[in-house]
Design a protein around this ligand. Structure first.
Ligand SMILES: [Zn+2]
Length: 358
């Protein structure tokens, strides 16, 4: 019997529609972006059809929550790189900004001062990859995604058992000073940091995206009051390649507060549920005194074009149910998921599990 979808607030904004990067470079080829506006509109349509969903608009939270975590150079570039490129003719307006020169280590003689070069040419000092184009609407969309996440957090801290932030662009690959992996500001990390700033002594983040959230890991690497637990494709084969191994566990005051579960290709829901049960035990044992933050990606889906797991649509009911089993208030932050024909049904299934009676 189908599990009924219980009422849940879903925070969404149309600002993301203007962030349409058109082209990314993957495997040496320019291809249409996987991270496109239709991802969110497909989820909105499916949730509307499923009913029991109350859509809410975000409220503005200002720059404070963003500057609390992100470097001022990164903010400056994201705000001004596009308009600078238009002003100097470096883009004709149709072509996205994708860096072609990356700062790898301190190769610049005398060190990288950070401001002597035009902003569009400097993007490679703050960018992880060639998959994250900047266009006219990118900065506004990234700001709105943060407000979407923080508004969902507001609803939960005001008493809702759960809220779902339909963030786009996603966030978990964005670190303090670096964007990339389709991400600009780290929506989930900003929510966790805001919970700490509002008085929580311990906050847990559970990352269920197919990819390792290198940005979230970096931001809380030395922070013992924020637990980061991630299930993801083994970085030995999958983006972001350079982080997400099981032996990365944090440092200093944060030693032990980062935990990674790298998973093999072909991971099915039984394998996934076993790892998730272990992850949930860590979350339970951490003793957070704030709602749980979940970074949710549907690129774990069997039909996802950039994933290699074997999780089917109906399986997300079980996965949502395992999160519900923690018995905590939950702030769900949308991360990845690129199978446009299934992402809506996958979201409905997850929420059925998260909100349903078991
Ligand atoms: Zn992902």
């Amino acid at each position: 019997m189908e599990t009924p979808l219980q009422p849940i607030a879903v925070v969404t904004s149309d600002a993301h529609l203007a962030h349409d990067g058109l082209t990314e470079i993957m495997g040496g080829r320019p291809i249409p972006c996987f991270e496109r506006p239709e991802r969110i509109t497909a989820i909105e349509s499916a949730l509307s059809a499923a009913g029991a969903v109350r859509f809410a608009h975000p409220t503005e939270h200002g720059m404070g929550p963003i500057t609390a975590l992100h470097d001022s150079q990164l903010l400056d570039l994201l705000e001004h790189a596009w308009t600078d490129a238009v002003a100097t003719g470096d883009t004709d307006g149709d072509r996205p900004l994708i860096p072609d020169t990356f700062l790898v280590g301190p190769y610049a003689a005398g060190g990288y001062a950070g401001t002597g070069t035009a902003r569009p040419a400097r993007l490679g000092a703050h960018c992880l990859d060639t998959a994250t184009p900047i266009v006219a609407g990118t900065y506004a969309a990234a700001l709105a995604a943060v407000d979407v996440a923080l508004t969902a957090a507001d609803l939960v801290t005001a008493g809702a058992p759960a809220a779902y932030a339909l963030c786009r662009p996603p966030g978990h690959h964005a670190s303090r000073e670096m964007y990339g992996g389709y991400c600009f500001f780290n929506n989930a990390a900003i929510v966790a940091e805001q919970l700490v700033r509002d008085g929580a002594s311990r906050v847990a983040i559970l990352d269920l995206d197919y990819h390792h959230g290198n940005g979230t890991q970096q931001l809380f690497w030395e922070r013992g009051e924020v637990l980061y637990v991630s299930l993801h494709a083994d970085p030995a084969r999958a983006f972001p390649y350079f982080s997400g191994h099981a032996d990365e566990m944090g440092a200093g005051p944060g030693a032990g507060a980062t935990r990674n579960f790298p998973l093999p290709a072909g991971t099915n829901v039984d394998d996934y549920a076993t790892a998730l049960a272990d992850a949930c035990e860590l979350v339970s044992g951490f003793g957070a005194d704030a709602p749980l933050v979940v970074s949710l990606g549907f690129d774990t889906y069997a039909g996802d074009p950039i994933g290699d797991f074997a999780i089917e649509t109906g399986d997300y009911v079980r996965i949502g149910g395992l999160v519900r089993g923690l018995g905590r208030q939950v702030i769900v932050i949308q991360e990845g998921g690129y199978a446009l024909d299934a992402i809506g049904a996958n979201a409905v299934a997850f929420l059925q599990g998260l909100t349903g009676r078991h």
